[in-house]
Design a protein around this ligand. Structure first.
Ligand SMILES: Cc1cc2nc3c(=O)[nH]c(=O)nc-3n(C[C@H](O)[C@H](O)[C@H](O)COP(=O)(O)OP(=O)(O)OC[C@H]3O[C@@H](n4cnc5c(N)ncnc54)[C@H](O)[C@@H]3O)c2cc1C
Ligand code: SF4
Length: 596
């Protein structure tokens, strides 16, 4: 392919005539970590990001009050966020034929949608097809880490060795002991807030100052302890004591990250640009090119090794090539699978790294929806307290199928929750009356609510899969993903149990249950997609080895959630980064030894 050299959009200082030590595709949690680890090893790295670089602080406006915004934070007319019913009644592509100018995923419908209109992708430009799926994508420098929910959890050997435990699926090719030192490195480099609990199924991190539980949460914690369950302060990927990083401040407990769709303009909450990419650029070893949509891993026809990436400039729509000794995909679980499948050549007719036929398969995530709301009677009429001035509420770790064996389902779920006063009083829509009495009632009850919602493991099944749509393309002419994915019986039974156990826990604590939600949200809602290029020891049934290195192409690595063998029920981002750190250290060693 002819190399076209053209000055396109902002900060295009990438020299495409040279061969970099590594090219990294995607700048979220995974790509940012790859850039950090490799540049700190002295490697010259080119980071390609499909989205643009925006002035994120101006976008987030973390300290803007609703009344300071002309539409109280709502997006402009013509912007539409897909609703739950649309996801279920219609089929993707959801924006097809829409009368709205811009269509966003459901996250655009959360309070403050004006703050994410340049962060979430416009579904009109980025369609996908197949079965219903609520796919949330953030295409900009830092990806979804700009607005993530910050819950930062470790996995344990209950997760890594799930098959040994209950016979289903595959064990990971690593155990907790292999990844523990890298979790520690991530904790120390980025900062994490939390409280030690000594649970074998939810290992502790190296925590900074925890957030305080509210009075209602302490009440629930005491009660659950008698049931052998735990309420622990939200384990937030937020530095509460500070880290050595000039781009980040420590947390001042402003709660802005929880009141809006996410984001922290002083970057106490981890995001990839300030946490990883800017420090990596300061080494002098990182070149960043934004607006660069990777669409094919290029192959050396003589060696069968990867020789670089072909990418489309998002602004001028021209195609370029970047050359590198090692190619690292970190475009997120589904986009990395798409890239592997798009990279068809004579040597790799089914897509690069896909001799097993497993790319796109074993796709898994978390199921959510069921939850409970309670009213803590003794908090009714209590004096207001600052309950949401912190980066998260609480977490109840998994308690099912550890020592016990549930009759209806395998694996487990945890609950995320919160309680107390918030910027907009809970219960306001359901409070009857008007005038002074109505206002008093709303104020009296505002701090007495407590709520929890479950996140459960979706089993990694071969038949849950994505592939390339043979006809539909995105705005840049690149074939899009087609989903063939749905929840199974295990997920449905688990969700029934979530609603029942949530109710049981509030009742046991003497908290009045005022709402039980049994509905399962659409596939994809958790934004924790995983497992489309899983690791394993057998190249016939897995795509990557334990270092996220392709079994077929030794200088190709895929360092995001696509490598996960199972979903566990813990949020994945901290594990994505610990694994990427481990793999990139290995990669740098192997490159030095001449093994790649
Ligand atoms: C609202 C919200 C709340 C969340 N809450 C939590 C939570 O509490 N805890 C948790 O653990 N996780 C949470 N997550 C998920 C978390 O954000 C992801 O797990 C994490 O960002 C994954 O990192 P990644 O690098 O794989 O993907 P991303 O962060 O999505 O980054 C991928 C990057 O690759 C780029 N890219 C895509 N395709 C290409 C291409 N072809 N070429 C070049 N670049 C490309 C994208 O533009 C993007 O910048 C949440 C996410 C959202 C949106
Ligand atoms: S609570 Fe902490 S992490 Fe959240 S927005 Fe405020 S300073 Fe940032």
């Amino acid at each position: 392919m002819t190399l076209i050299r053209f000055k396109a959009s902002q900060e295009q200082d990438a020299d495409l005539s040279i061969t970099y030590d590594a090219v990294v595709v995607g700048s979220g949690a995974a790509g940012g970590m790859a850039a950090h680890v490799l540049t700190s090893q002295g490697m010259k790295v080119l980071l390609l990001e499909a989205g643009k670089k925006i002035d994120i602080n101006a976008e987030l406006r973390s300290m803007e009050w609703p009344y300071d915004h002309p539409r109280r934070g709502e997006g402009p007319p013509g912007n539409h966020a897909i609703r739950f019913n649309e996801y279920n009644i219609r089929k993707p592509p959801y924006a097809k034929g829409s009368a709205f100018k811009h269509v966003f995923s459901y996250v655009g419908g959360w309070g403050g949608s004006d703050y994410v209109k340049n962060i979430l992708v416009d579904e009109k430009q980025h369609p996908y097809t197949g079965t219903k799926y609520a796919w949330v994508r953030a295409r900009l420098l830092g990806g979804k880490t700009n607005i993530w929910g910050r819950l930062a959890l470790r996995l344990s050997d209950y997760d890594f060795k799930g098959k040994t435990h209950d016979g289903f699926g595959e064990d990971w090719p690593i155990s907790y002991a292999d990844i523990e030192p890298y979790y520690d490195k991530v904790d120390l480099y980025l900062g994490i807030s939390g409280h030690k609990e000594n649970l074998p199924h939810l290992p502790d991190s190296l925590f900074q100052r925890p957030n305080k539980l509210t009075a209602s949460e302490v009440k629930l914690r005491k009660s659950l302890a008698t049931m052998g369950r735990t309420v622990t302060p939200y384990r937030a990927g937020v530095t509460t004591d500070g880290v050595k990083n000039k781009y980040r401040s420590k947390c001042f407990g402003r709660g802005a990250c929880g009141r809006r769709p996410g984001g922290c303009d002083i970057h106490a909450a981890f995001d990839s640009p300030t946490g990883l990419i800017y420090p990596a650029m300061d080494t002098g070893n990182l070149t960043l090119r934004t607006n660069s949509i990777g669409h094919e891993v290029l192959v050396d026809p003589n060696t069968g090794k990867a020789r670089g990436i072909s990418f489309v400039d998002a602004v001028n729509h021209r195609t370029y090539e970047a050359k590198a000794k090692v190619v690292i995909l970190a475009a997120s679980t589904l986009e990395s699978a798409r890239l592997l499948l798009l990279s068809k050549s004579r040597q790799y007719p089914n897509g690069i790294g896909n001799s097993s036929g497993h790319v796109g398969h074993n796709f898994c995530e978390h199921v959510m929806g069921p939850g409970v709301t309670g009213m803590v009677k003794e908090q009714v009429g209590a004096a207001p307290t600052l309950d949401d001035g912190k980066p998260g509420g609480f977490y109840i770790p998994r308690f099912r199928n550890l020592q016990d064996k549930q009759p209806g389902f395998i694996r487990g779920y945890g609950f995320e929750g919160g309680s107390g006063f918030s910027i907009f009083p809970d219960g306001v829509w359901d409070t009857p009356g008007f005038g002074g009495q109505f206002k008093k009632s709303v104020r009296d009850h505002a701090g007495a609510f407590i709520g929890l919602g479950g996140f459960g493991e979706v089993l990694a099944r071969y038949e849950n899969q994505v592939d390339l749509d043979p006809e539909v393309k995105d705005d840049w002419g690149i074939p899009v993903l087609r989903f063939n994915y749905q929840f199974g019986d295990n997920e449905k039974k688990m969700c029934e149990d979530m609603a029942a156990s949530g109710k049981e826990m509030l009742e046991a604590a003497g908290i009045e249950v005022i709402g039980v939600d049994k509905n399962i949200l659409t596939e994809g809602w958790s934004i924790h997609e995983l497992g489309t290029a899983r690791m394993g020891t057998d190249p016939k049934t897995s795509v990557l080895n334990q270092f996220q290195q392709s079994h077929d192409v030794k200088n190709l690595f895929v360092v995001d959630g696509s490598s996960h063998v199972s979903a566990s029920c813990q949020n994945p981002t901290w594990t994505i980064m610990a694994l990427a750190w481990r793999s990139c250290e290995h990669l740098a060693d192997e490159l030095k030894r001449g093994n790649l």
